[in-house]
Design a binder for this molecule. Structure first.
Ligand code: PNW
Length: 477
């Protein structure tokens, strides 16, 4: 098979970091240990009908008790960096909208021990401060629709940065605020499961504000660390390039998913067209004087999570609307986009039903390089859900995942050749884990997890990825 890459070279820049990524609620388990209180994902996953087969993160990969084994596995695979997230309800379990409450030392101790273990193994830690496990007590008072959640998040960030900042290279304020806001508050398919478009836009703003406050806190309390944020930017194309309606559909979804975050974070302003497009939903009066200046903090790095391309067109209003955005036919995450249709693409798909097109990876990296000159870039997530086919030898032979990773890493090389300062790549994910509303039915790991025994077995893709890391080059697929 011919690679889709235009790139001739297969070598990555010197110092390029090869890593893997996870998130607290997806792997840790131990949900009521060492003082942890419930997050919105505990509540959501324990509500009947919200996750496939009623799966929860109660045990997950039991990483909370097995982190030393997991770090040893990363070391054996030769991975050089590890992106994990800190569970806010472990750090300040008594937080309320008005007060952060006491710091739970046992929670900090867990992450501190993890960081020590990583450093001892020669693995560079990258910490995500928020990967969706909001303390339930905050949600009970409005969650991200309430600006006090952003204020408390800034204070929590200061605590974590102060405790881990001496050993952590990178702090990522938020993971994918798009998902947290729109899937959580408009589509209702993620916690907290609300279906209120206006609430989703308020959540967008308060997540942005939380980013700014947290970025400032990290700068102050972990002066040596990089400050970053991770966005899942969409790579949007019109169904018909010559159709003005289709191109306008691209502008709309690009505004809602990409520019509503990049605008305030990089330029200190919300895009006027987004405010206009959503005016019937909200008047944005939750944006106060000075907020956009707070959101626009100097960044050392931007993290891109990229999985899949999206093609849209203007909906004619006739017949059934295609909903190839992967969010079913329930409430839509696409606020004020009733006339945008998501087009089913032909060609290969992952087990999530997501189309595959690595060109989005290079184009988005080049876009970020242009929009944020001087800011380093990381691919903080990329990977593929694939069926769990265990061979006679007990090993998962995941050739499809190897092909996916190969082609997307080739796209990273294309972006590097085009001048994008990409400093590292984190495969999603180290381990099979709790895939949110899909529970344990979708497996993203390069390492297989047998949930009955918690035995970890590297898949073929882990061995392949390990070789890439060792050679700092793209092996044949
Ligand atoms: C990201 N969508 O989530 C998350 O950061 C990970 O925690 C997750 O496991 C991974 O990607 C794979 O899903 C997403 O519906 C969840 O567009 C949903 C969407 C995108 C990203």
């Amino acid at each position: 098979p011919v690679s889709q890459s235009r790139s001739e070279t297969t070598r990555f820049p010197d110092g390029f970091l090869w890593g893997s990524a996870t998130a607290s609620y997806q792997i840790e388990g131990a949900v009521d240990e060492d003082g942890r209180t419930p997050s919105v994902w505990d509540t959501f996953s324990h509500t009947p009908g919200k996750t496939l087969d009623g799966d929860t993160g109660d045990v997950a990969d039991d990483h909370y008790h097995r982190f030393r084994e997991d770090v040893a596995l990363m070391k054996e695979l030769g991975l050089q960096t590890y992106r994990f997230s800190v569970a806010w309800p472990r750090i300040t379990p008594q937080v309320t909208a008005d007060a952060l409450g006491p710091v739970e030392q046992r929670g900090l101790d867990f992450y501190s021990a993890l960081v020590d273990e990583l450093v001892a193994a020669g693995i560079t830690p990258a910490v995500t401060l928020y990967h969706w496990d909001l303390p339930q007590a905050l949600e009970d008072e409005g969650g991200w629709t309430d600006r006090r959640t952003a204020e408390r998040f800034g204070e929590y960030a200061a605590v974590v940065a102060g405790a881990l900042g001496d050993r952590v290279r990178t702090f990522i304020t938020l993971n994918e605020p798009w998902c947290a806001a729109y899937l959580g508050y408009a589509a209702g398919v993620h916690a907290p499961g609300r279906t209120e478009p206006a609430a989703a836009l308020a959540a967008v703003h308060h997540l942005n504000l939380g980013h700014g406050l947290a970025a400032r806190a990290v700068r102050e309390h972990a002066p040596g660390a990089e400050v970053a944020v991770t966005l899942n930017l969409g790579w949007f194309r019109p169904d018909d390039e010559s159709s003005e309606g289709d191109r306008d559909a691209v502008r709309r979804v690009d505004g809602l998913q990409n520019r509503v975050f990049l605008g305030p974070m990089l330029r200190g302003e919300y895009p006027a067209d987004v405010l206009e497009d959503t005016a019937a939903v909200t008047d944005w009066s939750f944006v106060r004087d000075g907020d956009v200046e707070t959101i626009r903090q100097p960044l050392d790095a931007l993290g891109l999570n990229y999985y899949s391309p999206t093609v849209v067109r203007r909906w004619s209003g006739e017949g059934a609307k295609e909903t190839a955005d992967g969010h079913g036919d329930g409430a839509s995450p696409w606020v004020a986009c009733d006339d945008v249709e998501f087009v089913e693409l032909p060609g290969p798909r992952t087990e999530m039903g997501w189309s595959i097109d690595p060109r989005g990876m290079s184009e988005l990296l080049l876009r970020l390089a242009a929009e944020a000159p001087g800011v380093d870039l990381y691919v903080t997530e990329n990977g593929m859900a694939a069926p769990d086919v265990v061979g006679d030898d007990g090993v998962v032979h995941d050739d499809d995942r190897i092909a996916y990773l190969h082609d997307h890493l080739a796209a990273v090389l294309d972006a590097v050749e085009g001048g994008a300062p990409v400093k590292g790549y984190f495969v999603w994910s180290l381990l099979d884990n709790f895939e949110w509303a899909y529970g344990y039915s979708k497996r993203f790991g390069v390492v297989h997890v047998d949930y009955a025994t918690q035995v970890r077995t590297p898949k073929d893709s882990a061995r392949w990825y390990s070789r890439a890391a060792a050679e700092n080059a793209l092996p044949a697929r």
